[in-house]
Design a protein around this ligand. Structure first.
Ligand code: SF4
Ligand code: SF4
Length: 473
């Protein structure tokens, strides 16, 4: 087992022991300290005890040296048929306009990927998109249509036309609708309509007024939107409490330059949002002209709040002690648990693709105001490479396959990367001035691997702390 032995592994040291993540088996196994120490540098010959342990691991299929040989996404050969029948969700960009001008919004001018315009989608374009969706979702008994902006409620009339049209075309199959809103344009008339059509509504709420109004300002003014948004939301909750409980959620965009505790406390205690489902994301800076600044206080408080989630899961804290904002942290651990359950295997295949990309134009389809097609609403609308077709001509399969097989621009690095299967970046991170850039992609890799490392460790800590229940929320 001399110098040439190079098992494809990643080592993890957590307070409860030493682990080896075996890339071929997609499994994490606890090992004695001496084995861990040997695997860490592998320069000296192992002693007899370590050698015996390693041989036993190898006999059980661990410590293989194999790497994927050819980069090819397994869906590549079925892509054409997937495209024809399996479309999952349609998102219509009904407007690029907004009545707010939030600094971190993709339309604020602070991003490379979008420009603010007052363009709205025509009903003709929307109809074509809905027809395309229905004829490419043949295997679905249920359709999901999202309305996206700017602020979609600026085009409430168009939304109503689309709903009537989609319902008339659905041939008895169920259609569900949703949108994200800044909440300032919600009115009683709109509530009645949303309730009647059982819309799922995601309201943007960044925290208490002083936090929310830092960024969420009415366009052309310095006036914050918190008061208007919260008055509207409170009215909706009073008028339709059951609908509100089931169908209204909140999305919090966190600016990591500031402490997080004020937001956690607010989402925990304020009456009009109590009991609501709250999603959260850190400001998306992938295409931003300026990258996020993470303050030390933020990082400390964030880690502390995350640790509380683990303690809650092993019964050492109660649910009420955990901010709703942080409960979703458990989703990441659940995904990691599912990953380990799902992917345990003998070895890596000869032909494969790293994790990360969706199947473009299948999982979701985003249609912009002009009828251009994109894999989702998060990618750059000004990018030539991200545009995978037009509603008049359909998907350009060659371009879409290039995005599906994004690993090919960094094949060598990916095939040697321990985070291969759990990589979470798609082409969006590699896009630079309309082209796919290998260098830009590689700039993301370190933080991507750090995130995977942290998530495996959280999962292992939870296991060590004795969490044995269902990984439910
Ligand atoms: S962010 Fe990337 S992987 Fe996710 S849906 Fe959009 S294109 Fe697909
Ligand atoms: S982190 Fe980078 S090198 Fe590793 S699999 Fe992802 S894209 Fe490839």
């Amino acid at each position: 087992m001399g110098e040439k032995f190079q098992p494809f592994i990643h080592l993890l040291d957590i307070p409860y022991g030493k682990y080896v993540f075996d890339v071929n088996k997609s499994s994490a196994i606890k090992v004695p300290d001496a084995v861990y120490a040997y695997l860490k540098d592998m320069t000296n010959e192992p002693d007899a005890e370590v050698r015996e342990y390693l041989e036993d691991l190898r006999a059980r299929g661990y410590l293989k040296e194999k790497h994927v040989k050819v980069s090819e996404h397994p869906v590549t050969e079925y892509y054409h048929s997937f495209l024809k029948n399996n479309l999952g969700q349609l998102t219509l960009q009904v407007t690029q306009g907004c009545n707010l001008k939030c600094e971190y919004c993709a339309y604020s001018g602070n991003y490379f990927n979008r420009e603010h315009t007052n363009k709205a989608m025509s009903f003709e374009t929307a109809k074509k998109a809905i027809d395309y969706f229905i004829s490419h979702a043949r295997d679905s008994s249920h359709f999901a249509i999202s309305f996206y902006g700017g602020e979609p409620l600026l085009e409430f009339g168009l939304i109503k036309q689309c709903v009537a049209y989609a319902d008339s075309r659905a041939e008895g199959r169920e259609v569900s609708y949703n949108f994200t809103t800044n909440g300032t344009l919600l009115t009683e008339e709109k509530y009645d309509y949303l309730v009647e059509h059982n819309f799922a509504v995601l309201v943007s709420l960044d925290g208490p007024q002083e936090v929310h109004d830092r960024h969420r300002i009415f366009a052309g003014s310095t006036v914050g939107s918190f008061q208007k948004m919260s008055d509207n939301v409170k009215m909706l909750r009073r008028k339709y409490p059951n609908y509100f409980a089931e169908m209204v959620s909140f999305n919090t965009v966190i600016d990591p330059a500031y402490p997080i505790k004020a937001i956690c406390d607010f989402t925990d205690t304020d009456e009009w949002i109590s009991g609501s489902n709250i999603l959260s994301t850190v400001i998306n800076d992938v295409q931003a002209k300026e990258k996020n600044h993470y303050s030390e206080t933020f990082l400390e408080e964030y880690e502390y709040e995350k640790f509380k989630v683990l303690l809650w899961k092993v019964g050492r804290l109660e649910k009420k002690d955990i901010s709703p904002l942080m409960r979703k942290h458990f989703t990441g651990i659940k995904q990691m648990a599912a990953f380990f359950e799902r992917t345990e295997q003998n070895e890596l295949p000869d032909k494969g693709h790293r994790g990360g990309p969706c199947i473009p134009g299948v999982r979701k389809l985003f249609v912009d105001v002009d009828g251009r097609l994109f894999p989702c609403e998060r990618v750059s609308e000004t990018s030539e490479v991200a545009c995978i077709g037009h509603i008049d001509s359909g998907i350009d399969e060659k371009k879409a396959l290039q995005l599906l097989n994004i690993e090919r621009i960094t094949s060598e690095e990916c095939r040697n990367c321990w985070a291969y299967a759990m990589c979470s970046t798609c082409f969006m991170y590699a896009e630079d001035k309309g082209k796919l850039s290998r260098d830009k992609q590689l700039m993301e890799c370190q933080s991507n691997r750090m995130q995977a490392d942290k998530q495996i460790k959280d999962y292992l800590v939870l296991r060590e702390l004795g969490y044995s229940g269902e990984l439910d929320s």
